[in-house]
Design a protein around this ligand. Structure first.
Ligand SMILES: Cc1cc2nc3c(=O)[nH]c(=O)nc-3n(C[C@H](O)[C@H](O)[C@H](O)COP(=O)(O)OP(=O)(O)OC[C@H]3O[C@@H](n4cnc5c(N)ncnc54)[C@H](O)[C@@H]3O)c2cc1C
Length: 366
C-alpha cells in the first residue's frame, strides 16, 4: 500500500481524502464499525467557520467526510485494530476474524486520544464514566447512563455532555471544576445555567459513595493549590459520575515505531515530535489530529490535509500533482488563524515549544 492511515476520525479521513484525490493508493484502517472517530457521538452543532462545517452536527460531518473518502475509491478497513508495527514498514492488523499484515510506503497515524482519569476514593465503582463513554451510550446506542449525574470538569466536553444529558432527560446535579474559572465556552455554560445546573468552580470530587455501584458523591472546595478545604464537604445524591478532565494523545504505535517523543503539557502530554508538515522523526511516518496534540475537529481536519498532501509529495514528487503544495499552504494558513483565538492559543504555544526540541539533538527548554 502506498499510504496507510491508522484512524478514521476527522484527521485520518481528511488525510485519506486529500492523498487519494491527489492520486495515491490509500488504505484507512479504523477499529470501529463506522468511520468518523469522535464525531459519530457528537450531536451538537459545531462552531468555527463555514469551511470547517460550522453549524453542522459532528455526526453529520462524519457522514460528509465518509462520503468524500468513498468517492475517491480509497480502501476502507473497519472493525480492525492496528496492534503493532514491524520492521520494515509493516503494520499488524487484528479483527475478530484474522490477523493480517499490511506493508506501506508512507504511514499516517491519526489515532486520536484517550480520556484522562482523576484520583478519588472509589473511582472504580460502576457508574463512574468518562464523558466519551457517556456520549457513546446516549448518542450512539440510545442508552441513558443514569438518572442523576455529577459532571467533573467544565471544559467544552464537560459542558456539552452535560447539556446533552439534559436533552436525554437526565438530571445534572452539578458541574464541579477545580480551577477558579469555567474552562469551556461561556455560551455552553450559560445554556446550562439557564437550565438551573450549578457550575461550582474551585470544587472537586472527593469520593464516590456506594458499595456495588454509585449511589452518591462527596464534593468539596479546593484552595489555590487544588487541596481540599476541610469542612467544605457536601454529599450529592447521584447514580452516575461523569469525568471530563481532559484527553491524552494515543501514542502507543508511535512509541513502537521509535518516533522521538516529547512531553508538552499544552499538547496534552507525550506527543511525537513533528515538523510543520506533520512528519515525525521517522521519515515517512506522519501524525495528524489529537494524537499530535489535543485540539479540535477543525484543526484535526487541517492537519490531516497537510499530512495527506505531504505524504503524497514525498512519495510521488512535486511534478506528480502540483496541487499538493497549494493544499499544504492553504491548510497551514487556516491553522494559523484558528490558533490565534483564545482556545487555539494554548496549542499554538505547545506546537512552538515542540520546535525547541530536535530529534537529532534533544534539548530541555528552561
Ligand atoms: C464531547 C466532545 C465535544 C467536542 N466538540 C467539538 C466541537 O464542537 N468542535 C470541534 O472542532 N471539535 C470538538 N471536539 C473535538 C474533536 O472531536 C476531536 O478533536 C477530533 O475528533 C479529533 O480527531 P482525530 O481524527 O484526531 O481523532 P478521533 O476523532 O478520536 O479518531 C481517531 C480514530 O482512530 C481510531 N483508532 C485509534 N487507535 C487505533 C488503532 N490502533 N487501530 C485502528 N483504529 C484506531 C479510533 O477508534 C478513532 O475512530 C469535541 C470532542 C468531544 C469529546
Amino acid at each position: 500500500m502506498e499510504i496507510a492511515i491508522v484512524g478514521g476520525g476527522p484527521a485520518g479521513l481528511s488525510a485519506g481524502i486529500v492523498a487519494a484525490r491527489l492520486g495515491a493508493q490509500v488504505t484507512v484502517i479504523d477499529d470501529n464499525s463506522r468511520l468518523g472517530g469522535q464525531l459519530i457521538k457528537q450531536t451538537h452543532k459545531f462552531f468555527g467557520s463555514r469551511t470547517h462545517y460550522c453549524g453542522t452536527r459532528g455526526v453529520d460531518i462524519a457522514a460528509i467526510l465518509e462520503q468524500e473518502l468513498r468517492k475517491t475509491g480509497a480502501e476502507i478497513v473497519l472493525n480492525t485494530t492496528v496492534i503493532g508495527h514491524f520492521q520494515p514498514n509493516i503494520l499488524g492488523l487484528a479483527s475478530s476474524q484474522q490477523f493480517t499484515k499490511l506493508t506501506y510506503d508512507r504511514l499516517i497515524i491519526a489515532t486520536g486520544a484517550y480520556e484522562n482519569n482523576v484520583l478519588f476514593e472509589n473511582n472504580d465503582l460502576p457508574g463512574v464514566y468518562g464523558a466519551g463513554a457517556v456520549q457513546t451510550l446516549m448518542n450512539v446506542y440510545g442508552i441513558r447512563p443514569g438518572r442523576r449525574v455529577l459532571m467533573v470538569g467544565s471544559g467544552n466536553i464537560g459542558l456539552i455532555v452535560s447539556y446533552q444529558l439534559l436533552q436525554a432527560d437526565v438530571e445534572v446535579a452539578a458541574v464541579v471544576e477545580a480551577l477558579p474559572y469555567i474552562g469551556g465556552y461561556h455560551v455552553h455554560a450559560a445554556k446550562l445555567r439557564r437550565c438551573g445546573v450549578p457550575i461550582l468552580t474551585s470544587h472537586t470530587i472527593k469520593a464516590a459513595l456506594g458499595k456495588e455501584y454509585v449511589t452518591g458523591a462527596v464534593i468539596c472546595r479546593v484552595n489555590r493549590k487544588f487541596r481540599p478545604i476541610k469542612g467544605s464537604e457536601k454529599r450529592l445524591k447521584v447514580d452516575t459520575i461523569c469525568l471530563a478532565v481532559g484527553l491524552s494523545p494515543l501514542i502507543e504505535l508511535l512509541s513502537q515505531i521509535d518516533c522521538y517523543l516529547v512531553y508538552i503539557p499544552e499538547l496534552g502530554g507525550l506527543v511525537a515530535w513533528h515538523d510543520e508538515n506533520l512528519q515525525t522523526s521517522v521519515p515517512g511516518v506522519y501524525v495528524a489530529g489529537d494524537v499530535s496534540g489535543i485540539e479540535e475537529a477543525s484543526t484535526a481536519i487541517l492537519e490531516g490535509r497537510i499530512a495527506g498532501a505531504h505524504a503524497f509529495l514525498s512519495l510521488k514528487g512535486r511534478d506528480a500533482n502540483p496541487e499538493a503544495e497549494a493544499i499544504i499552504h492553504d491548510a497551514r494558513q487556516e491553522l494559523a488563524v484558528i490558533r490565534q483565538g483564545p482556545f487555539g492559543e494554548k496549542a499554538a504555544r505547545g506546537k512552538k515549544q515542540l520546535q525547541q526540541y530536535s530529534p537529532a539533538r534533544p534539548v530541555i527548554p528552561q
